[in-house]
Design a protein around this ligand. Structure first.
Ligand SMILES: [Zn+2]
Ligand SMILES: [Zn+2]
Length: 238
């Protein structure tokens, strides 16, 4: 089953190596839109949440990468949902600016980057984007706060939903790919634009209060998630 309930009102939509999430309040919001051609998976997830595709009103994007914005245009065409993104990543999704290439300060980026880049799907530009800035509170599911977490991309944002002990949608500002409840501040190394900035953003996330953490890649951490972030930070500092 691709869809898994995380908490009442929060669902994880698994799409292979990448996750999107549903946040269900009066309306339905999707956090990231996953790989291209996955509208059917999003539609199924909304049905699992007991809602209809037309209830989907918002698409909260964490960053411009194609595995997070892939089904966005299909979602918007099918539902008329409003998409939100930080102003530094918006021009890439709008097709006004090319996505930065792989990070060549690290070995993997130099060796594998050009191949990975060729495998990255080219998406049609999307112009109807609402930009969101750090600290902004969006009137979605009772209120969601935007946390600018630059590094993985310049305009990367996380979203914090303060209900149910706090739910952090970290996007790729942190990952949990080893599934050990040990978040890392390094996601997709070669596709992280600015590694020192990403580390600083991870530190910033560790200062927030949340008990559940949802990641673009890897399993959800449920319960005391902020403590797991702080432990990971201590390890990074060593
Ligand atoms: Zn990414
Ligand atoms: Zn990603």
């Amino acid at each position: 089953m691709a869809t898994e309930q995380v908490l009442p009102g929060v669902y994880k939509i698994g799409m292979g190596y990448v996750n999107a999430f549903l946040l269900v309040g009066d309306d339905v919001a999707v956090v990231d839109s996953g790989l291209p051609n996955h509208l059917n998976v999003i539609t199924e997830a909304i049905a699992v949440a007991g809602r209809k595709l037309e209830d989907l009103k918002h698409a909260l994007l964490t960053h411009h990468h194609a595995d997070h914005t892939g089904s966005l245009s299909a979602v918007m065409v099918a539902t008329g949902a409003q998409a939100y993104i930080h102003p530094l990543d918006a021009p890439i999704v709008r097709g006004e600016k090319a996505a930065p290439g792989p990070n060549t300060t690290i070995m993997a980026g130099r060796l594998l980057g050009p191949i990975m880049q060729r495998l990255t799907p080219k998406l049609a530009p999307i112009t109807e984007l609402q930009t969101v800035n750090d600290g902004e509170r969006l009137d979605i599911a009772g209120g969601v706060t935007v946390v600018h977490t630059p590094g993985h991309t310049a305009g990367h944002v996380a979203y914090l939903w303060p209900e149910q002990g706090g739910v952090l949608f970290a996007g790729d500002a942190a990952g949990n790919v080893f599934g050990l409840g040990a978040p890392t501040g390094m996601v997709g190394g070669m596709f992280t634009e600015d590694i020192p900035a990403a580390r600083e953003s991870f530190r910033r996330l560790a200062e927030l209060e949340f008990s559940t953490a949802c990641f673009g890649h890897g399993g959800v951490i449920k319960g005391k998630a902020h403590a797991a972030f702080r432990r990971a930070l201590e390890r990074l500092a060593k």
